[in-house]
Structures are given as structure tokens and as C-alpha cells.
Design a protein around this ligand. Structure first.
Ligand code: UD1
Length: 434
């Protein structure tokens, strides 16, 4: 089994270029199915989640072609028998975003039969708001034998939908189902994340009529048909934030390129607050730290609040910061699983319900670690890079779901990290970096 072996203690310095936003890409790739014409999508991150979704779209009968590593062409016009498609394979069950095919297939063919979504085990992750939205548009749904969800409608008609919780997934899914519905749909209490805006911009470039994305009221006027388009995905806010905290935690100095600084404000302001120094440029940010950081309090919230997907990386940084910090996780109920791993490196964190109380320590010591999920896995890599001595991180399959060339980018910043899949390779690395 592949794992990372890391020797900590280097200050990470240099430049890193951020890939396209995974969570925007997943919505956009699914949206491309809504037209029979070709869509060319640029800046698609080459990560496991996007490849699994693209494989599923190809298995549905669409023509999917990588024009280069980050540019994908999708032509769903060649899908046959779209009204009876069943989307199910072992891989699609493991990712969360398979559920976007529910919205896009329902929107286009009025029938979707898709394996129930998986994704990181960070909480219950219900999909009641998705199904509530589909029902409001006139669809009915059921879970069928084998664990697929089937959603179908004779026709879809716009409606007024109030979301009981702010949810990224359901907001995107309802947009996907509503763009071809007849009449007007209003989504109230919509999520406002940058990737919601990106998916809406992509749909509008296909000829959809969506207004208000990025605010909590999204208005959609259904159109007859959508056309092909060329579109470039926004940079990944969470990959950028991960490298920002990496600079802070290792006392480094990293220029993080190809970002939209506005999307990073919640992260930048917390890093500035704890004594790291963030400088914003037009499309990059520099994070510098002398390693002397202080505590703060953080509560995860929907955008523009502090993102839950940055909570573990920030916790790793705060656990090295002087004083007592409190993190309240208000989005997912099971997102502190990395704490027991960090404890073995010397971190002092106690968890009470959805709150982590962190007492800063001077440093970590290297340990054998296991990634519990995607973002926590990345956080453990940051901890290992800041630690004294060697660490290993197992179950890197989670990290590969969302970070492109994570180890390569870290090496380019001076971090001592290698992917190994045998004892011998690990020993070789240990001897080499000594
Ligand atoms: C997406 C992201 C994930 C990120 C999360 C929050 C993707 C593929 N994943 O996940 O990385 O951590 O947004 O920014 O884009 N909820 C319900 N009912 C529903 C849907 C959600 O109660 O029908 C709840 C969830 O349990 C959670 C909250 O709403 O407490 C937010 O979830 P949501 O924004 O939907 O997260 P995901 O789309 O699953």
C-alpha cells in the first residue's frame, strides 16, 4: 500500500501553483451532460474525484476526451437511451459528487438512477434537501434495491424552494435540475460558496438563465435547451488554504499562485490574527511566518465564513500556536477524527461534542499516522512536515481524491516527502534524507 514518508523540520519556501477547484469541477462536469453539444472545460484538477466522475459520464455513453491534462471535452449528445440510464459502479459509490448526476440527468431526461453518494466519513451527510428540491420541481424519488436512488418526473416545473439548511450540494443539484424546467425557480437560503457561482456561470455560458448565485436567493428562469460552451474553472480555495497553513505551520514563506484572494479572506484573516503574515496580490497570496504563532478561536460556517474543509489544517497550525484555541465545527458532526493521530505527535487537544480545545505545544514529534479522510489527511501531512523526525501517513488514497501532485508540490517547496510502497523504498528515503 502506498504511503507518504516525511521528514519534518524544513521551513517550506518557494512558489506553488494551485489547481482548478475540485468541488466546482464536479458540479460543472455533471452540468455538461445537460446539453447535446460539446463542452470544453479547462482547469479541471487531475484528481481521483474528477476522474471517477468523468469515467461515470463516459460509461453513460458520453464522449469524454482529455485534450490535455487539465482540459476535458464532454459530448453528451451521443448518449443513447438517456431515459433509462443506471449510473452505478464501485468508484462512483465512493465519491460524494455522484449525486450531481441526479440533478443533471433528471433535468435532461426526467429520469435519474444513480448509486447513493459516498464521500468522506465526516458526518451523517443526508440528502433530504436535494430530494425536497426535486420534489418541489415535480419529481418523485425512491431508494431501490441495491442502494440506488431513482428520481423521475413527467415534467419539471419551476417552484419556490426554501432550503432548511445551507447546503452546497443541494443548491447545485437543484440548479442543475431547474435550468431546463419550465417557468421560474427560486432557491431561498442558498449556499454562497465560490463554486456555486462557478457552476452557475458555467450553466449561464451554456445558455441558462440563473441570477443571484453568490447571494442567498438564486433565481432561475427555465430555458428550452442548452448549448455547448468553453469554460475555465476557478482555482481551488481549499488547496490554496492548505498551502497557506503549511507556510504558517512550518515557519515558511510560500507564494501561492493562481488564486482568487477574495475567496481566501476567512483563511487569510485568521492567519494574520495568529501572527502569520499574508500579503495579497491580484491572483496570488504570499504567506510568511517566523513560526511564533498565537492562539485564536474559529467557528466553521458556510461561505463567507471559515470553511469546514480548512478546519483540520487550521487545527494542526493552532496546536503549534501559543495559548489556548477553540474550534467549533458547526457543519459536520464527525470532523475531529484526526485528533487522536495528532495526539500521538504530542498535540494537546480535547474534543467535547463539536468543539475542540487546543493547548499549543512547542512542536510535534514524528509518528506513524493514518489519514482518516481527505482534508484531515492533508492536515496530518502538514503536521508531519512541521514535526521533529520521520512520520509516515497511510491511506493516502483519501488525499489523492482532492489534491493534485500533493507530494510533488511539497517537494518543490523544500519538503522532504516521498510516496513509497515498500519497506525497502522507505528505508532508502530515510537513508537519503538522513
Ligand atoms: C460539499 C463539499 C465538501 C464541503 C461541504 C461544505 C463537494 C463534493 N463537497 O459537501 O467538501 O465540506 O460542501 O462546504 O462539493 N445537509 C442536510 N441535508 C442535505 C444536504 C446537506 O442536512 O440534503 C447538511 C449536511 O449534513 C451538513 C450541511 O448540510 O451539515 C452542509 O452540507 P453540504 O454543504 O451539502 O455538503 P456537501 O455538498 O456534502
Amino acid at each position: 500500500m502506498e504511503k507518504y514518508v516525511i521528514k519534518g523540520g524544513q521551513r517550506l519556501e518557494g512558489e506553488v501553483t494551485i489547481a482548478g477547484a475540485k468541488n466546482a469541477a464536479l458540479g460543472i462536469l455533471a452540468a455538461a451532460v445537460l446539453t447535446d453539444e460539446e463542452c470544453i472545460i479547462e482547469n479541471v484538477p487531475y484528481v481521483q474525484d474528477t476522474r471517477v466522475l468523468l469515467a461515470a459520464i463516459e460509461n453513460m455513453g458520453a464522449r469524454v476526451k482529455y485534450i490535455d491534462r487539465h482540459t476535458v471535452s464532454i459530448n453528451a449528445g451521443v448518449i443513447e437511451d438517456g431515459e433509462h440510464l443506471v449510473v452505478d459502479d464501485d468508484n462512483i459509490r465512493k465519491i460524494r459528487a455522484g449525486y450531481y448526476l441526479l440533478g443533471s440527468l433528471l433535468g435532461k431526461y426526467k429520469y435519474a438512477n444513480v448509486a447513493l453518494p459516498g464521500g468522506c466519513d465526516i458526518g451523517a451527510r443526508p440528502i433530504d434537501q436535494h430530494t425536497k428540491g426535486f420534489e418541489a420541481l415535480g419529481a418523485n424519488w425512491e431508494i431501490v434495491k441495491g442502494g440506488n436512488i431513482v428520481v423521475q418526473a413527467d415534467s419539471l416545473t419551476g417552484n419556490h424552494i426554501y432550503m432548511d439548511v445551507v447546503t452546497v450540494g443541494a443548491t447545485i443539484n437543484i440548479m442543475l435540475a431547474a435550468v431546463l424546467a419550465s417557468g421560474k425557480t427560486t432557491i431561498e437560503n442558498a449556499a454562497k460558496e465560490p463554486h456555486i457561482v462557478d457552476v452557475a456561470n458555467f450553466l449561464n455560458s451554456m445558455g441558462a438563465n440563473i441570477k443571484g448565485a453568490g447571494t442567498d436567493v438564486i433565481r432561475i428562469r427555465g430555458v428550452e435547451r442548452l448549448k455547448g460552451t468553453e469554460y475555465s474553472i476557478i482555482p481551488d480555495q481549499i488547496e490554496a488554504g492548505t498551502f497557506m497553513t503549511m507556510a504558517a505551520a512550518t515557519g515558511g514563506n510560500i507564494l501561492i499562485k493562481n488564486v482568487i484572494p477574495k475567496h481566501l479572506e476567512a483563511i487569510s484573516s485568521k492567519l494574520n490574527e495568529i501572527g502569520a503574515h499574508v500579503i495579497e496580490y491580484d491572483d496570488s497570496v504570499r504567506v510568511m511566518s517566523d513560526g511564533r504563532l498565537k492562539s485564536t478561536h474559529i467557528k466553521t460556517l458556510p461561505y463567507p465564513g471559515f470553511p469546514t474543509d480548512m478546519q483540520p489544517q487550521m487545527a494542526v497550525t493552532l496546536a503549534l500556536s501559543k495559548g489556548t484555541s477553540v474550534i467549533t465545527e458547526s457543519i459536520f458532526e464527525n470532523r475531529f477524527k484526526y485528533v487522536s493521530e495528532l495526539a500521538r505527535m504530542g498535540a494537546r487537544i480535547s474534543v467535547e461534542g463539536n468543539t475542540a480545545i487546543i493547548t499549543g505545544v512547542e512542536g510535534y514529534t514524528g509518528a506513524g499516522l493514518v489519514a482518516p479522510d481527505l482534508r484531515a489527511g492533508a492536515a496530518l501531512v502538514i503536521a508531519a512536515l512541521s514535526a521533529d523526525g520521520f512520520s509516515t501517513v497511510e491511506d493516502i488514497k483519501y488525499i489523492l481524491r482532492g489534491y493534485e501532485d500533493f507530494d510533488g508540490k511539497i517537494r518543490a517547496l523544500g519538503g522532504a516527502i516521498e510516496v513509497v510502497d515498500s519497506e525497502r523504498e522507505e528505508q532508502k528515503f530515510r537513508l537519503r534524507v538522513g
